[in-house]
Structure formats: structure tokens, C-alpha cells
Design a protein around this ligand. Structure first.
Ligand code: ADP
Length: 213
């Protein structure tokens, strides 16, 4: 299954929940890239300036990461892709990879959310650098301002979550990523999900259009 949507549409939140419920790996290129950057690997060094400025990492770099990830045995029973493919060449490369692995795509969930809401969600987003729990300064406040409920670690904001960079990311989404929707529409795979509401409502809307676990 593939989850597509603009930055802030809630791909990660939904994909994590579906993955947990279905026992499938959640494969998020954004998470893989941020981890590579944090560890200073060769891919991380290559990707850093693109990720931190709000641009897109070159196709060959992310396609390489995905090929490597799909060589791990936990992907044979299925997977949930989040943040990939983000361009038509990435979608084409994924098609070739999946043909080679003999794995079909069952569904492409398209999370739809108005743009004003996206900006508010992302610029208010914070997370715990230790355990990954997401927060929002208005919609999902921690009990004590600025620190994680679970482990008391000070919360952080992603480098690319500032307003100017979010505007650039939304622009990239419209100009490059939106084209993967007709690509999968032609294959009859797209399932539209209203993603404007709270995480639970989005989850229920997604569950309603998916095959049962
Ligand atoms: P969001 O969906 O909120 O923008 P992600 O965590 O999915 O956040 O991605 C963060 C950044 O990582 C992107 O802005 C981009 O720089 C990079 N990135 C992630 N996935 C891809 C991809 N498939 N192709 C190119 N760049 C990517």
C-alpha cells in the first residue's frame, strides 16, 4: 500500500497506525533520510542540503534507498510506503522494482486536506527526539509545555518545518508529486481519503476504503 498526500496531510500518522495494526513495515523515505543525515552516512551527506532546505532529494538517491530497503526480508509479506514515490520517475522505478519482486500494489491512499490546514499543522508540529512521539503546539499539546509526556525530553521542531520551507515543500508537491496521482489513477488504484479531520477520523475514513486486514 502507498500513502500519498501533501506535507502535513498526516501520511506518517496514518501509515504508522495501519502498519502496526496489520503487522507490516512502515517505510518512510523522510524518516530514512533524516536518520541517514543524523548518522552522517554517505547518503545522509548527499541528501542533507535538499532535505533541510525543503527541496526534493534526487531521484536516484531515494530510489537506491528503496531498493536497499526492499531487499530486507520483512517486506515479503507487504509494506506501507509513506513519502515515496514523490515524482513520476520514482513511481516508474517502483513499478519496475515491484515487477521484479513479483509484488503488486493493492491500494494508493490519497490524503486530501485543504492547504491552510496543512501550513498550520506543520508549523505547529513538534516531536520528541528520543521516542519520536509527535505533538502540536495547539492541537496536541504535551502536558508540560515543550517536553515529552513519555520521557521528559525537550521537544524539537524539524529543520524544514518553518513557514518559508513549508511553502517551498507545498510548491514541490503541486509541481512534482501531484503527477503521481494520475499515474496510479490510470491503474485504478487510488482511494481518496478526507484528511482534514483529527487522526482518528482520518483512520476511520482510510479503513473504510481499504480491504480488511
Ligand atoms: P513531509 O511529507 O511532511 O514533507 P517527509 O518526512 O516525508 O515529510 O519528507 C521530508 C523531506 O525528505 C522532503 O521534503 C524531501 O526533502 C525528502 N524526501 C522524502 N522522501 C523523498 C522522496 N521520495 N524523494 C525526494 N525527496 C524525499
Amino acid at each position: 500500500m502507498i500513502v500519498v498526500g501533501a506535507p502535513g496531510a498526516g501520511k506518517g500518522t496514518l501509515a504508522k497506525r495501519l502498519a502496526g495494526e496489520r503487522g507490516l513495515p512502515h517505510i518512510a523515505t523522510g524518516d530514512i533520510l533524516r536518520e541517514a543525515i543524523r548518522q552522517g552516512t554517505p547518503v545522509g551527506l548527499q541528501a542533507r542540503r535538499f532535505v533541510e532546505s525543503g527541496g526534493l532529494v534526487p531521484d536516484e538517491v531515494v530510489i537506491g534507498l528503496i531498493e536497499e530497503r526492499f531487499s530486507r526480508p520483512d517486506t515479503v509479506r507487504g509494506w506501507i510506503l509513506d513519502g515515496f514515490p514523490r515524482t513520476v520517475p520514482q513511481a516508474e522505478a517502483l513499478d519496475r522494482l515491484l515487477a521484479r519482486l513479483n509484488q503488486p500494489v493493492d491500494a494508493v491512499l490519497l490524503l486530501e486536506c485543504p492547504e491552510e490546514a496543512l501550513l498550520e499543522r506543520i508549523t505547529g508540529r513538534r516531536s520528541c527526539p528520543a521516542c519520536g512521539t509527535p505533538y502540536h503546539v495547539k492541537n496536541q499539546k504535551p502536558r508540560r509545555e515543550g517536553v515529552c509526556d513519555r520521557d521528559g525530553t525537550p521537544l524539537v521542531q524539524r529543520e524544514d518545518d518553518t513557514e518559508a520551507k513549508v511553502r517551498l515543500r507545498l510548491e514541490k508537491y503541486r509541481r512534482e508529486t501531484a503527477a503521481v496521482i494520475p499515474f496510479y489513477e490510470r491503474k485504478g488504484l487510488v482511494r481518496r481519503v478526507d484528511a482534514a479531520g483529527a487522526p482518528d477520523a482520518v483512520y476511520r475514513a482510510a479503513a473504510a476504503v481499504l480491504p480488511p486486514p
